[in-house]
Design a protein around this ligand. Structure first.
Ligand SMILES: Cc1cc2nc3c(=O)[nH]c(=O)nc-3n(C[C@H](O)[C@H](O)[C@H](O)COP(=O)(O)O)c2cc1C
Length: 184
């Protein structure tokens, strides 16, 4: 049986799979400390009205396209926001910018602010973290190539798994302790 307070829903939206893998890694990390985790892709068939009360905390993440979350993630955030008021929520974005480094770190903060401006105001996350994703140059429009040039961002996999796991550890630490420690 799940420990009270330690059942987490992780929902992700991913166009090419890198965000889904980040979500799975967050879930795997949480499970190492006895958190029960459901991972689901965002989409219209996610019937959250029925399920929400089963969860104690929520992690929502999306790939960033054109400076915004993917439409299914924005739609889901809009549907969820009223029900999540006052409940623990963490957001993550997976983007072309690898936030490691001073300039890219600054760009990542700007990107988080732009992404957040497209999400419902009532969604008040405990944190919204941007992780570097997988940069592909094929199919990227000219403005995107200029953006990557300015950011000195090369093609390739920029996911910082240590940072992703450390972030998941922070979420676990914010949940009630597992029953491994005896309760009074
Ligand atoms: C069409 C398109 C638009 C993108 N727009 C942005 C953007 O505005 N800002 C950014 O930082 N990264 C942008 N990216 C990079 C993606 O966020 C990055 O590749 C991410 O890893 C994609 O996640 P996914 O594999 O889950 O789809 C874009 C990628 C594509 C394909």
């Amino acid at each position: 049986m799940a420990d009270p307070g330690r059942h987490v829903l992780v929902v992700h939206a991913s166009a090419h799979g890198s965000t889904a893998e980040v979500a799975e890694r967050i879930a795997a990390r949480l499970r190492t400390v006895s958190v029960v985790v459901d991972v689901r892709p965002a989409g219209p068939d996610l019937d959250l009205d029925v399920d929400l009360d089963r969860f104690d905390a929520f992690v929502l993440g999306s790939a960033v396209h054109d400076m915004a979350w993917l439409p299914e993630a924005r739609d889901l955030a809009g549907r969820l926001a009223p029900a999540l008021r006052g409940r623990p929520v963490w957001l993550f974005s997976v983007a072309g910018i690898d936030p490691r480094g001073r300039i890219r770190g600054w760009m990542a903060r700007q990107e988080v602010a732009r992404v957040a401006s497209g999400l419902p105001r009532e969604l008040r996350p405990r944190d919204h973290r941007l992780f570097g994703g997988v940069v592909r140059m094929d199919g990227v429009p000219l403005w995107g190539r200029v953006f990557y040039l300015l950011a000195r961002q090369r093609a390739g996999d920029h996911r910082d798994w240590a940072a992703i796991e450390a972030w998941a550890d922070g979420i676990a630490a914010a949940l009630p302790s597992a029953t491994a420690t005896p309760r009074p």
